[in-house]
Design a protein around this ligand. Sequence first.
Ligand code: 6PG
Length: 485
Amino acid sequence: MTETTTAKANIGVVGLAVMGSNLARNLASRDGNTVAVYNRSVEKTNTLLSEHPEAGFIASEKIEDFVASLQKPRTAIIMVQAGKGTDAVIDQLTQLFEPGDIIVDGGNALFTDTIRREKAVRETGINFVGAGISGGEEGALKGPSIMPGGSAEAYETLGPILSSIAAVAEGEPCVTHVGTDGAGHFVKMIHNGIEYADMQLIAEAYDLIRRGTGKSPAEIADVFAEWNRGELESYLIEITAEVLRQVDAKTGKPLVDVIVDQAGSKGTGVWTVQTALNLGVPVSGIAEAVFARGLSSHPEQREAASDLPGPSDAWRVEDHDAFIEDVRLALYASKIVAYSQGFDAIAAGADEHGWNIDLGAVSKIWRGGCIIRAQFLNRIADSYSDVPDLKLLLAAPYFAEAMAGAQDAWRRVVVASAQSGIPAPAFSSSLSYYDGLRADRLPAALVQGQRDFFGAHTYKRVDGEGTFHTLWSGDRSEIQATDSH
Ligand code: 6PG
């Protein structure tokens, strides 16, 4: 490894695990980039250098040399595991960087950490940019979707570099300056929440089809491959077909049948739901997806419940093709709900944190590179371009029509799930959300009555202004009150 004191690199990457290495290689493959690399343990650096001499990396063993190898304004992308490691690298770089330099955190940081870090780093005159990067290992290498936050000033330098490595969808790079400080990581978090919902919905569709029709995983792979040619076309549907088709070399069984049925998580789905709860946004589809992973991962409870009775009546699917088409429509409608809820959460987060987030631009940068990339993000982009302050994505004309076409099938699938005892929590909660929104009257009126009864929490009346309380423990007459929410 050559140590260098001459600033030759226009961009640096700190953290050379798979995502960092791939991002560094992606950067190095673009015209005009010379990439400096640094990793805490030198082995990873050496492996990268020996496996990819074509990249022309400038590598350093010491972070001081790494910093010295960067041209000004220095720009370094940190690709380390989110958490304490990120803070440690930020501290080191902050001590060595100068005002005007840019530190980018490309990990999956919690957006509130990014807000805190940006504030602290800004005081030194150095720019700090939290950038969500989606697309997994392959995306990092070939073109991810990038969601940078931070200052507009930093984006002037960073934007062209990120545009050069991002995925391209319909001729446009999948990167935009999402908003200030933590906005980029916030949007990446919601992306992951939608990813959870999308994955869970696909898993429910697979389960219903398998148990309802008796088709094998390989046959269901064909169903998903077919779906991928229509309005459901997306990366997650595509890889689902691949996973279902995979045969385990050891046993000859479908791989899906030898994988333990307990889904893990690294936490971004949980953050999405926690954040949405704080914002008062019902992201029920996303929440059910998080809960479903949690339920799957409690084998002791599943064991304790295994003898509990299921439905008394036998359930049979008469027409397999018709059932599969119903499931496809249920998946499509529930997926629209998940995206609609996710965009609601972004809008609410933007309000809360003072970010000016262009929802149409977000939908556009999710069209390529990221895990939730899907054909229908074009329709979301169109909906926001037609009505920029759209109140409810699923009620936009294109999606309202899709819901109208899908809702009967969706109901049949939810009924089938309840009758058969096959769990479909994301399908059914999404349908309840849809019905809740379209209801003329909700039983929330009764909840308000109950709250007023036991806690004098007051209520409004449908027939006039004002706030009221009934004297429940007295003569039950109604009095004017002060709104207590
Ligand atoms: C992406 C993914 C990625 C995600 C992991 C695992 O956009 O590239 O969302 O960031 O963190 O794939 O997530 P879980 O372990 O939480 O499923």
